[in-house]
Ligand binder design. Structure first.
Ligand SMILES: [Mg+2]
Length: 254
């Protein structure tokens, strides 16, 4: 599975790649459930989280294409969640309070994956340039990376850079430009096969799909190892497999 010895820079997705965003959503939606869906038992909490992450109507995707704001997509999803689980409809004022409950608990739930810090350090020790490329807003992601102790990546490209996100090739190219690495010598690692690895590959970078056990979204999302491998996209289950599965090959520190 060696991608090659010519990789010069490594770009990492943030949510569900460096940071356990699924865990933070679980925490945020628990706060929502207490206040807005108190009739839903603990045993059904997983269904709430799954519906949120599946985002079956693609509101988050619309946000990443610049068609909705962050709050518009979240309000649409909040109302779909309430409709599905027997909560009251939220108008603009009600959503403001809902959003405050959600975002406060969401931020309190941010944690890096156990191997994230060490992998960033190892990449640096091996002489790679390191960046983060994310489909969320800059202020949110800078706070998240700082709280997770990961703010020292060399560069950060967010949805605010161009107002659109992955898989638009412009964001991949901008991240490589900022890293100072050629597209074909730049690795991109993310947890969404279509948006991350396929997007990176289509933009001329080297895409890796991080398929962590138990973290698939289901529904409309392309999440099939055969699809990835047939397209020459390596699949890893945790970030440290970049080293233990020899994805990066051997490289002397520079
Ligand atoms: Mg992600």
């Amino acid at each position: 599975m060696i991608v090659g010895d010519h990789i010069e820079g490594v770009l990492l997705d943030i949510d569900d790649t460096l940071v356990d965003t699924r865990g933070a959503f679980t925490h945020a939606l628990a706060a929502v459930r207490v206040h807005y869906l108190p009739h839903i038992p603990d045993s059904q909490h997983g269904e709430i989280v799954a519906m949120w992450r599946a985002d079956a109507n693609g509101h988050y995707g619309a946000y990443t294409r610049g068609e909705q704001t962050a709050d518009e997509q979240r309000m649409a999803r909040a109302n779909e969640l309430h409709a599905a689980f027997g909560g009251a409809p939220l108008d603009a004022a009600a959503f403001e309070a809902w959003n405050n409950t959600f975002m406060t608990a969401f931020a309190a739930g941010w944690k890096p994956f156990p191997e994230a810090r060490q992998v960033v350090d190892q990449l640096r020790e091996h002489g790679y340039r390191i960046g983060a490329l994310t489909n969320a807003g800059e202020e949110l992601q800078r706070r998240k990376m700082a709280l997770c102790g990961l703010e020292d990546v060399d560069i950060l490209v967010t949805l605010d850079t161009f107002g659109v996100g992955k898989p638009d090739p412009r964001v991949f190219h901008e991240a490589a430009r900022m890293l100072g690495t050629q597209h074909q010598h730049t690795l991109y690692v993310g947890d969404e096969l279509d948006v991350d690895a396929r997007g990176a590959k289509a933009a001329g970078l080297r895409g890796i799909w991080l398929d962590r056990p138990g973290t698939r979204r289901g529904g409309v999302h392309v999440e099939d190892r055969h699809v990835a491998l047939n397209e020459g996209i390596p699949v890893i289950s945790a970030l440290n497999e970049l080293f233990t599965h020899h994805v990066l090959g051997e490289r002397k520190a520079t």
